[in-house]
Design a protein around this ligand. Structure first.
Ligand SMILES: Cc1ncc(COP(=O)(O)O)c(C=O)c1O
Length: 437
């Protein structure tokens, strides 16, 4: 790919106006940048076009949802058909029953389903259900894991290390001003079984649930060490705590049944979102019938005007049909493209003499500027050169490649071998253009 010089005149003008009307010029803090944000005009397949006419190979994919690429025809068709039949019912309808049935057949832990709109909401529902079901007050979450932006969960995601306590017994650190104090929240380091065992013993009888991203994708792309999640499952059983997987990223991306299928560990509850509806906003809380019955019986409240909104459900139905029925082709392509890109980026970094790790399952993976041998938890991640990753992100955009600014890459079935080769070329070029570190 030839280095392109981007013209951003239209984007710059829009941003100047946006700064006068949108707080911070953006609609989500995840889109803040030091320069001009991407103003997308349209998206199709593996590509984005911005308002200045620049084209990007897209590895952000709406932060993960566009697993089948942007605008998959079957989803566009299903959504268009449904829009003409009603956009919102706030009532039950046939398709949601079919989608719930399919989810129960695809996801190992899913015996019952409740739909929500976005991931943060479903995660919130899981935490409430865990507390209500077990009648215990505390939730244990891992440092570096993200479960949405709501008050109770936005703790210790990317805390300043000097505020975060010892590595083996971290303290909760709020993610924003304006949050109430963390009550009944216990933080543990990821991938450290000894520390977890000790922390759970310290809070014996009080922990309603242990919650995790089964493959940590909001702090690098960090798989559990061999045996770690199995041991977490056993510890939960020993202590009578529920195990909750936040599969908002891993769901449908790593396997049709999510990370729980990919890793072979079944939680009690799990939450899904992002990739389940081809880009529409649908999330779901799923779990064992015995636990979900605490919602069925009305003991734990769960609601939402837009739950099972029919346009989103039509998109989910079309998406899940493809993921389920064409699973070999879908996941064969995702893993092949992801692993080819990982190998290509590693090679490009080695050629440029840049110490870099490229790690993750393949359909999602992370590039890190580090000379460490591996990244196993948040503290390792915090030692990587994140400022340099931000420079690389900007250099890649200038060359027509859009990755998640922190160095995370999402693959879709729309990425071709030629797209991967072009991305590797652009990556080598971008690395060479970075100021000396
Ligand atoms: C693991 C995880 N959980 C929860 C969420 C929150 O989802 P949403 O942004 O749809 O509210 C996210 C969002 O990125 C996520 O990555």
């Amino acid at each position: 790919m030839v280095a392109m010089t981007r013209s951003l005149d239209v984007s710059r003008d829009l941003h100047a106006t946006a700064l006068r009307h949108l707080a911070g010029g953006v609609s989500s803090d995840a889109r803040r940048t030091s320069g001009v944000p991407l103003y997308v005009d349209r998206a199709e397949g593996a590509r984005l076009w911005d308002v200045d006419g620049n084209v990007y190979l897209d590895f952000v994919l709406g932060q993960g949802p566009a697993l089948l690429g942007h605008c998959p025809p079957a989803v566009v068709e299903a959504v268009s058909r449904q829009v003409a039949r009603g956009i919102v019912y706030s009532a039950q309808h046939e398709a949601e029953v079919r989608v719930a049935e399919r989810l129960c057949s695809m996801i190992p832990s899913a015996e019952r389903v409740r739909f929500n709109t976005v991931g943060s909401e479903a995660a919130h529902a899981a935490w409430r259900l865990a507390r209500g079901h077990t009648r215990r007050p505390k939730i244990l979450k891992f440092e570096g894991h993200y479960h949405g932006w709501l008050d109770p969960v936005l703790y210790s995601v990317h805390p300043a290390v000097h505020l975060a306590g010892p590595a083996d017994s971290p303290v909760p650190v709020p993610g924003t001003a304006g949050q109430p104090q963390a009550t009944d929240l216990v933080i543990a380091p990821w991938n450290d079984l000894d520390a977890l065992t000790e922390i759970m013993a310290e809070h014996a009888g009080e922990i309603a649930a242990v919650v995790c991203e089964p493959v940590l994708c909001n702090t690098g792309a960090i798989e559990p060490l061999p045996g770690f999640l199995e041991a977490v499952r056993a510890l939960c059983d020993e202590h009578g705590s529920l195990l909750v997987f936040d599969e908002i990223i891993t769901g449908f991306r790593l396997a049709p049944g999510g990370a729980q299928e990919y890793l072979g560990v079944t939680p009690d509850l799990a939450v899904f979102g992002k990739a389940m509806a081809g880009g529409m906003q649908v999330s779901a809380l799923v779990g064992r019938a015995a636990v979900m019955d605490t919602i069925s019986s009305g003991k734990v409240a769960h609601a939402g005007t837009f739950n099972s909104q029919p346009v989103g459900i039509a998109a989910a139905e079309a998406t899940l049909r493809i993921l389920d029925e064409d699973r070999e082709e879908v996941y064969g392509t995702l893993y092949a493209r992801g692993r080819a890109l990982m190998a290509g980026l590693r090679e490009a970094a080695a050629k440029a003499g840049v110490p870099m790790l490229v790690e993750g399952p393949g359909p999602v993976f992370q590039t890190y500027f580090t000379d460490a041998e591996s990244v196993r938890d948040y503290r390792d991640f915090a030692r990587t050169d994140r400022a340099r990753m931000a420079l690389l992100h900007a250099a890649l955009l200038d060359r027509g490649v859009n990755m998640v600014p922190r160095g995370l890459w999402f693959l879709s079935t729309a990425h071709t071998e030629a797209d991967i080769a072009a991305t590797v070329d652009a990556f080598g070029d971008a690395l060479a253009a970075l100021p000396l570190g």
